[in-house]
Design a protein around this ligand. Structure first.
Ligand SMILES: Cc1ncc(COP(=O)(O)O)c(C=O)c1O
Length: 405
């Protein structure tokens, strides 16, 4: 006790890292700046205008006209829990497609919420074949189907359009996890017929962690209105939260004001860049990084190039190399954070994120050269020059795309 009282804390001075892991990512200084404003009241007329702008910006980002579109107060898992808690009642059959760590998290949450969960699995590192997925949907006829669009544990991008059509066939509701895809790769909620989607601010959206944008279409809203029992979560009950984020402006909970400021600025930056240009920036930088790693003689986990997620690249740790040691050296010597493997991939892979403000050409070259230099010192003779040349070639092929912000 006496020790505690004597301790004097220094000013907080977190290191200035280059965040190239699975998130959080670096954020534009403009986003940081707006966070330093004094908070205003959560029902201040000025704040209500900010809320309107955020809802509008999120609709454009999700490519949807859905009225019920707002940020949940919480991280991506809160968006996941909110989506599921609103849709699931005891004993409901929920079909979850699991091809990695986050699909599994959905299944666990759905079980806790009282659903009868049917899990359909795919090998980690591969996407579901839409025909197989549709067969499972037709066979099980679930009430709710959930799938991860961009599986951050593996770096796989799941095509969802065809799956969404099958979900409609059996009159179920489709929940799409877009935590890692929103703002980085195309997410077309209305065109693809996605009923519910949730995301997070700290990845390709370009703000710090703390909010989870969600959107519910009119089918989903009708579904919520037809529930026999109230949503098990009071905090996440979308129809209650709507009284605050919707037109009523009634107090529900105190919004994290400065995080909403941050999200507004991040959305403004997206508008300025143009969403399509942003997708292109992520696509080209991701392709250059993948080409560079392969050029260095490394193997990517996702063998099918068309299934690769440009915003997150997973590479196998070469035999005999100490995974954690290399990662720590990148952090200590280059201030570069990359991600480790999760679940069965622990110790076997590195995950390189290129999301939001972190997704820049200069970071691609830094990552390739820093990793190459360390690997050589650790005794793995990678061909750094060929890796750099391969990345350069990608940039030359897409010379009209803006790859820096
Ligand atoms: C695909 C996916 N879903 C859900 C989550 C959970 O989000 P959070 O860590 O923000 O709670 C993550 C986090 O990385 C994720 O990548």
């Amino acid at each position: 006790m006496a020790d505690l009282m004597q301790k004097v804390w220094q000013d907080l001075a977190p290191p200035n890292r280059i965040l190239m892991g699975p998130g959080p990512s670096n954020v534009d200084p403009r986003v940081l700046r707006v966070m330093t404003h004094q908070p205003v009241g959560h029902l201040d007329p000025e704040f209500l205008n900010v809320m309107d702008e955020v809802r509008e910006g999120l609709r454009r980002l999700f490519r949807t006209g859905n009225g019920l579109t707002f940020p949940i107060s919480g991280t991506g898992s809160a968006g996941m829990e909110a989506s599921l808690a609103n849709l699931i009642e005891d004993g409901d059959k929920v079909l979850v497609f699991v091809k990695g760590y986050f699909g599994d998290r959905i299944a666990q949450m759905a079980k806790r919420l009282g659903a009868e969960v049917v899990v359909v699995e795919q090998e980690w590192g591969k996407a579901f074949d839409p025909d197989d997925a549709c067969e499972a949907i037709r066979q099980h006829k679930p009430k709710v189907v959930a799938i991860v669009h961009a599986e951050t544990s593996t770096g796989v991008l799941q095509p969802v359009e065809e799956i969404a059509r099958c979900v409609r066939e059996v009159d179920a509701i489709l929940v799409l996890d877009t935590v890692t895809s929103l703002g980085g790769v195309p997410v077309l909620v209305d065109d693809w017929c996605i009923d519910v989607s949730y995301s997070a601010t700290q990845k390709c959206v370009g703000a710090p962690p703390g909010l989870a944008p969600v959107t519910f279409n009119s089918r989903a809203v009708k579904f919520l209105q037809m529930r026999k029992s109230p949503c098990k979560s009071w905090y996440f009950d979308a129809l209650l939260v709507k009284t605050y984020w919707g037109e009523d402006r009634a107090y529900h909970h105190t919004a994290p004001i400065n995080m909403v400021f941050a999200l507004r600025e991040a959305l403004r930056l997206i508008e300025e860049e143009g969403l399509e240009n942003r997708w292109e920036r992520h696509r080209v930088n991701g392709q250059a990084l993948a080409a560079g790693l392969e050029g260095m003689g490394m193997t990517l986990l996702v063998s099918e190039p068309e299934q690769r997620l440009p915003v997150l690249t997973t590479v196998l740790v070469p035999e005999g190399v100490d995974e954690a040691h290399v990662r720590l050296r990148l952090l200590n010597e280059f201030h570069l954070e990359i991600g480790a493997g999760l679940g069965p991939l622990k110790g076997k892979v590195w995950r390189f994120g290129l999301m939001g403000y972190s997704c820049q050409k200069r970071n691609v070259f830094l990552a390739l050269s820093a990793l190459g230099a360390i690997l050589r010192e650790e005794g793995f003779l990678c061909d750094v020059e060929s890796g750099i040349a391969a990345a350069q070639e990608v940039y030359q092929n897409f010379s009209t795309v803006a790859v820096e912000v």
